[in-house]
Design a protein around this ligand. Structure first.
Ligand SMILES: C[S@@+](CC[C@H](N)C(=O)[O-])C[C@H]1O[C@@H](n2cnc3c(N)ncnc32)[C@H](O)[C@@H]1O
Length: 267
């Protein structure tokens, strides 16, 4: 694991749901409207986490089957426990080396994952291998470099004001390729020369500052992982700084923008 990835904690499903799952479900719905995949098909949800995208696909897309794959045993257990649908199954696995057979799925989707995969080219090549010719390959990542993940940008701004060393841990600096041009270039390098890229936006609305702050104290994800690594006095100072920065006790709202990519696999 690289040093900047040391707080990428993906284990506790409930904590992840509180921090990100509640928003990733909203963006998943918008993404699926945009993707407009055919009904009755076999899906792969790569990096399924706690099951946010899988469950949204089951609810909206009438899949024939869906397999969710994620390296986190805790997240896979959460996804299994919260998905009661015979069409879905979940496996522990790695995007860089899938165990699925060649051309075994019609539609592959991956939500908010690719930036965390060390060898992204390998992951995209694996997706091309497992999607059948003429099938659909798609993914999305937050617009980190554009500051489009508003509440994370606010967190890191407050953190860096108190601890300049935190600058290297923020997703904006770690994942500069999460732009339309960067994603298109990554896809081209991976053998996908002509992809479609589009923005998907949601509002992340917190009824109170405490609702914004609490998930950072639960440790699931890079910013929460950093937050819980701080000693109590520094964490309290960060909380006060963030609260001042966002204007007090709330409510508070931010825009969250993802870049979605889709391409039809060569026939
Ligand atoms: C931000 S979460 C997104 C989870 C879920 N897709 C969602 O939309 O809520 C990032 C996910 O990427 C997964 N991940 C990290 N490295 C991975 C890899 N090499 N292969 C597959 N998934 C990976 C993590 O375990 C985590 O579940």
């Amino acid at each position: 694991m690289s040093t900047t990835a040391r707080h990428d904690a993906w284990a506790a499903g409930e904590a992840y749901e509180r921090y990100m799952g509640r928003w990733s479900r909203l963006v998943a719905a918008r993404f699926l409207d945009w993707l407009a995949a055919p009904s009755g098909t076999a899906w792969l949800d790569l990096g399924c986490g706690t099951g946010a995208l899988t469950q949204t696909i089951l609810a909206r897309c009438n899949p024939r089957s869906i397999i969710g794959i994620d390296p986190s045993e805790g997240f896979v257990a959460h996804a299994r426990a919260t998905t009661s649908d015979d069409r879905a199954r979940f496996e522990v696995g790695d995007a860089q080396k899938l165990t699925l057979a060649d051309a075994s799925v019609d539609v592959a989707a991956s939500a908010l994952v690719l930036n965390f995969v060390p060898d992204r080219v390998a992951a995209l090549r694996e997706l091309q291998r497992v999607v059948r010719p003429g099938g659909l390959l798609s993914f999305y990542v937050w617009d980190y470099p554009g500051g489009g993940m508003g509440f994370m940008t606010a967190f890191w701004k407050a953190a860096i004001a108190l601890d300049p060393n935190a600058a290297e841990l923020g997703e904006g600096g770690r994942f500069p390729f999460c732009t339309p041009e960067g994603l298109a270039a990554l896809c081209a390098e991976s053998g996908l020369p002509s992809v479609t890229v589009a923005p998907i936006e949601i509002e992340t609305r917190f009824p109170s500052f405490e609702d914004l702050w609490l998930p950072f104290t639960l440790g699931a994800g890079p910013a929460p992982g950093y937050c819980v690594s701080l000693p109590a006095d520094k964490r309290a100072a960060l909380k006060e700084r963030l609260k001042r920065q966002v204007g007090g006790d709330g409510p508070v709202s931010f825009v969250a923008r993802a870049w979605a990519v889709s391409v039809i696999r060569d026939q």
